[in-house]
Design a protein around this ligand. Structure first.
Ligand code: SF4
Length: 733
């Protein structure tokens, strides 16, 4: 880590919280002997007598599965899938049922904390914390403009802070999920089809007969409804092609495993495109009806044969040809799975384009057994007042990323460090951060840069439920409620059964935690912008919106927490400039980029180094769950996968702890070796989210290793700024 001077990382067990009374009070609350009063709780449902089942929706990952929470004598005792909910269908993944471990984690943040002049945290009252934050915001905005305040956020709970930013007149916002996860994918698909495959992907894995996965490791990546459809498809005899340097769980269920050399996926995709077109295996009717640019695409892939791709990818030409033929033969029941966590090598938008183009050739878009078209319930707005200020952005990245749809967090980090953001009108125009529910140092590559950036901030506020590592860099830490203790905006994704579901408190907030809407509203009032939060309790917003739909909170609860409407088949429409599926993108060409995907040679690991791959386990989400007692019991620590032959050369034994070091000399915690034939020789692999470095996380501190800490390097996607991080090489110390 970079040397921290002014804003020293605070590790609370090393530097005990000042103000013991607050800590003593917190432990009394933990025992259940008292609870804080909070306006967010619904008194009727939280009657401390009797047993209740309260519907809501999960927040352990983004899927938003419907849950039923059993509450007995004021304590939540069980979380089950809501059978009435189209995304969970009565089932949950292990993380969903393990949500109680998050609610009742004794390591939770319990009280507002303020950094002292000697780099300690002292427990303070909400009033003192909020007055301090609002006072600092006022002086920063007066000196540098409202846009100098940046909001870094994740999840539905961020909505009230977005409202606050709208009210102050700042558009300086970023969410790591854009540059790390879906941004490049959605842009690549939008350039092709006019829209992306959806937050909850509209993929008919239950009906498709042949599916290709490029690196997506479903089964380990436990997205509930997607995995349910995936297993249904397998049971129905679907045939899968898994392209992955690692023999993942999905690979073990597949007909074909293609252990590709990392960095060469576009070569494979171009070769598949060649076979589909030149062997006339594409969906001619779909292409002739809906697509434009076919002739250019045909000429573009004339020479990208399987034989051309084989030496780059390390795959056999006959396997490339055979798998393309199987995809083509199953038209219109075949597709390429869109995947997530898409930022790999810096040409990610183009990889998404290559995948979208193949889906177009298969005619998968709009197919009931492909990428189906969804319908949604439109949630009416709440009569919030208009903001009279014209919102500004601290950085002009439209020139840098003309096709970008959001601000990469990396740009906000750069714009906080003097001299680092190129093209900014001011030097380091970002002066304050409010970080909501994202552990940036575990979510964004090159965490050293974050440690450097916070040194230049005039204000750093973190709103969190847990003492995540990012809280150690804060001036003020505000304890957030978990999703089981608050109302949030409703969930109404595009899906084949259109629905809306509510999130509501099932128990009163524990300790002194407060919901994000309450914190944002309190800050707005202190900033003289209280009229932008024209409600007393966020339940009023939900109730108002439901009433516009002919329902209410009471009514939706009687209906199991979900409202549905009949599916209306949407028209096959493409919101591209041509109104067609764009195989050749004039938009890309006009912006100076390749109109069709090109294969780029990416560096391969030098001698004695191995590419670091990372991924998921079914029991954990990011670093968010790695201190959850219920989930740790199921998956206690990560290990580093090392190919059997490599382990022999380095004398590594199964279970032996090893330290990894990357090309910049950054070392990991000791992590156990898993010797396996299930990975290529040039790669190692780790599940993400372990190796926690804050001692306040009593169960997960120093358990396993942190992959993100080894991601010192990243490749920026020139089209939209995603931070490709599968470009780091490690060796064994
Ligand atoms: S997939 Fe699992 S963690 Fe994600 S929302 Fe559903 S139940 Fe929760």
């Amino acid at each position: 880590m970079a040397t921290i001077t002014r804003r020293k990382f605070i590790d609370l067990t090393k530097s005990a919280i000042l103000g013991g009374a607050a800590v003593a009070g917190a432990s009394a609350l933990m025992s259940g002997s008292a609870r804080s009063a909070n306006s967010d709780a619904d008194a009727d449902k939280n009657d401390t007598r009797g047993e209740w089942v309260i519907p809501s929706y999960c927040d352990v990952c983004f899927m938003g599965c419907g849950i039923n929470v059993t509450v007995k004598n004021g304590r939540a005792i069980k979380i089950e899938g809501n059978p009435a909910h189209p995304i969970s269908r009565g089932k949950l993944c292990p993380r969903g049922t393990g949500g109680l471990g998050q609610l009742y984690d004794p390591d939770r943040l319990k009280t507002p904390l303020m950094r002292t002049s000697d780099n300690q945290f002292k427990a303070v009252s909400w009033q003192e914390a909020l007055d301090h934050v609002a006072g600092k915001m006022k002086s920063i905005m007066a000196a540098h403009g409202p846009e100098s305040m940046a909001l870094l956020k994740h999840g539905k709970g961020a909505d009230p802070f977005e409202r606050l930013w709208h009210a102050i007149g700042s558009e300086t916002e970023g969410h790591p999920s854009y540059a790390q996860c879906r941004g490049a994918r959605d842009l690549g698909w939008s350039l092709t089809f006019g829209k992306g495959p959806g937050g909850v992907e509209r993929v008919a894995l239950d009906k498709a007969q042949v599916v290709a996965f490029i690196g997506g490791h479903l089964g380990e990546n436990m997205h509930n409804v997607t995995v349910q459809d995936y297993t249904t498809g397998l049971r129905n005899g679907a045939s899968h092609i898994v392209v992955d340097p690692r023999f993942s769980t999905a690979a073990s269920k597949a007909k074909h495993w293609l252990p590709i050399r990392p960095g060469t996926d576009i070569a494979l995709l171009l070769a598949w495109t060649h076979v589909l077109i030149y062997e006339e295996l594409y969906n001619r009717e779909f292409i002739e009806t809906y697509a434009t640019g076919f002739d250019e695409l045909k000429a573009h892939v004339e020479k990208t044969t399987p034989e051309w791709a084989a030496p780059y990818t390390g795959l056999k030409a006959r396997d490339i040809r055979q798998t393309a033929r199987e995809l083509g033969a199953a038209i219109p029941h075949s597709l390429l799975f869109p995947g997530r966590r898409f930022a790999w090598y810096g040409d990610d938008t183009q990889r998404a384009r290559a995948m979208a183009i193949i889906n177009a050739l298969l005619g998968a878009w709009g197919s009931e057994s492909g990428i189906f078209l969804g319908d949604r319930i439109k949630v009416p707005g709440f009569p919030y007042p208009e903001s009279h200020v014209k919102a500004k952005h601290a950085i002009e990245d439209k020139e840098k990323y003309p096709l970008g749809t959001s601000t990469p967090v990396q740009d906000i980090i750069d714009a906080t460090i003097p001299g680092r953001f190129k093209g900014a009108t001011q030097n380091a125009p970002v002066k304050g951060w409010l970080v909501y529910s994202t552990n940036l140092v575990r979510a964004v590559p090159n965490p050293d840069l974050i440690a450097e950036a916070v040194q230049h901030l005039d204000l750093m506020v973190v709103v969190e439920t847990m003492p995540a590592e990012i809280t150690g860099y804060a001036d003020i830490v505000l304890p957030d409620t978990t999703y089981l203790e608050r109302y949030d905006v409703m969930n109404a994704p595009e899906w084949r059964e259109p629905f809306v579901s509510i999130r509501q408190p099932v128990v009163k907030p524990l300790y002194q935690s407060k919901p994000s809407w309450w914190i944002a509203k309190q800050l707005a009032e202190r900033l003289g912008l209280g009229e932008h939060f024209n409600y007393v309790n966020f339940s009023e917003v939900i109730d108002y919106q439901l009433k516009q739909m002919g329902s209410s909170i009471k009514d939706i609860n009687q209906k199991g927490g979900v409202l549905k409407k009949a599916f209306e088949q949407p028209e096959m429409k493409f919101r591209t400039p041509s109104g067609k599926v764009e195989l050749f993108s004039k938009t890309l060409a006009k912006a100076g980029f390749d109109p069709m995907p090109q294969f780029i040679h990416h560096p391969q690991p030098p001698d004695n180094y191995f590419r670091l791959l990372y991924g998921r386990t079914p029991q954990h989400t990011f670093s968010r769950t790695s201190n959850n007692a219920m989930l740790l019991e199921l998956f206690p620590e990560n290990a580093v996968w090392v190919n059997t032959d490599i382990a022999r050369i380095y004398g590594l034994k199964d279970g032996q702890p090893v330290v990894l070091k990357n090309g910049q000399g950054v070392k990991s915690n000791p992590v156990k070796v898993r010797v396996t034939k299930r990975i290529r020789q040039d790669c190692v692999y780790m599940a993400h989210g372990f190796g926690r470095s804050d001692q306040r996380l009593t169960r997960s501190y120093k358990v396993g290793a942190d992959d993100n800490g080894l991601l010192s390097e990243y490749e920026l996607d020139p089209i939209m700024g995603s931070t490709g991080s599968q470009v780091n090489f490690v060796t064994f110390v």
